[in-house]
Each structure stands twice: as structure tokens, then as C-alpha cells.
Design a protein around this ligand. Structure first.
Ligand code: ZN
Length: 196
């Protein structure tokens, strides 16, 4: 009976992962049961390592393994631009396009009254502090083109106006209502290059 319990527990944990339905959970669980112990251990180690070593960059709130993330600590990035995104995965999406070489600021979400997320729950204050003491001349709003993303961009632009920093937005062409991370590279690159 205990054997069954272990399997049920694994299925339960796998089922909590995003995008994994009961069928996929079952497929992965049986795969793990049948694979050799070394391989299962490597997966466990990778999960533990990522949890132990990866944290949020104290400057931009992207993921980092060192004190600061690779982008904030790089001497090759254009420090006059900050691209504001909602989640760390949006940074990877934009990095993949190769069309942007500035810095980032990850808000940690978007304003969403339905989910009780207001400006105070996001890293907006940190952005303002960053801007008050930097060479930044342009802030690019790269938020998903949905209602919450729009509301957040409008709020931020109002907050940034007194600071005299130029704010731009990604050009249209991104699928409306979609997530930035799902936009294809070409569309996203065009949206960055044609920002206004
Ligand atoms: Zn950083």
C-alpha cells in the first residue's frame, strides 16, 4: 500500500506543475519509475540547485545566480535604456530577439484589481529609485498587450512623466490579449525596433 502512496504523491506533485494535466503527470511518473536512479537523481539535483542558487537580482528583479544578474553586471549593456517587463520570462523572450541591448526592470506582475495586485505589490518604487540616480534616458514599456498590461503601462508613464525620462512602448503587431512570452521572435523584434 505504501508503494502506491509514493506514486500517488509523485502524481500529485507533478500535477501541480503548470501545463501538466493528469495524463502528462502519469506519463512522467511512469517514465521516472522506469528510468535509472542516476537520471532521476540528476533531475532532483537540478531542481534543488536552481532553488538554492537562483534568486532575484536586487537591482532589476530578474533571476540571478551571482549577487547581481548577468545583465546588470555586464559592461556591454547600454545603461541609458531600461526595458520594463512583467516577469523574468519576458526578459528571456526579448533577449532571444537580439534587438535590445539595454537594461531591464522586472515588475513581478501587472496591476490587476481582480487579483488584488496594486502598484505597491510590484517593483515600481524600486524602478523610480533606480531612475532618480542613473543615466537612463529611455524607459521602454514591454508589457503584454492585454487590459492589465495596458493599465500598468499607463500608470507607469504617469509616474515617470515628472522625472523627464522618455517613455516608449512596443509597437503594435503583438497579438492583442496574448502574453509577451508567446510572441514569436520576429514579431517581438519588430515591435521593439518600431517602438514609439
Ligand atoms: Zn539585474
Amino acid at each position: 500500500m505504501n508503494d502506491r502512496k509514493a506514486l500517488v504523491r509523485l502524481l500529485d506533485e507533478l500535477g501541480r506543475l503548470p501545463g501538466i494535466g493528469p495524463k502528462s503527470a502519469q506519463r512522467i511518473a511512469y517514465y521516472l519509475l522506469e528510468c535509472d536512479t542516476d537520471q532521476a537523481q540528476r533531475l532532483v539535483d537540478a531542481i534543488v540547485q536552481v532553488k538554492e542558487q537562483v534568486h532575484f537580482c536586487p537591482i532589476c528583479f530578474n533571476y540571478a545566480t551571482a549577487d547581481e544578474c548577468d545583465i546588470c553586471s555586464s559592461s556591454h549593456r547600454d545603461r541609458t535604456q531600461i526595458c520594463v517587463v512583467s516577469e523574468p520570462r519576458d526578459v528571456s523572450a526579448i533577449e532571444k530577439t537580439g534587438a535590445y541591448n539595454g537594461l531591464y526592470h522586472v515588475l513581478g506582475g501587472v496591476i490587476s484589481p481582480m487579483d488584488r495586485i496594486g502598484p505597491d505589490q510590484l517593483h515600481i518604487r524600486e524602478l523610480l529609485t533606480r531612475l532618480s540616480d542613473s543615466d537612463v534616458r529611455e524607459v521602454i514599456m514591454a508589457l503584454s498587450p492585454n487590459v492589465e498590461g495596458e493599465a500598468t503601462a499607463v500608470y507607469l508613464m504617469r509616474m515617470l512623466e515628472p522625472l523627464g525620462v522618455k517613455t516608449t512602448r512596443l509597437a503594435s503587431g503583438l497579438p492583442v490579449g496574448g502574453d509577451l512570452e508567446y510572441a514569436d521572435e520576429v514579431t517581438l523584434r519588430r515591435a521593439i525596433e518600431a517602438r514609439h
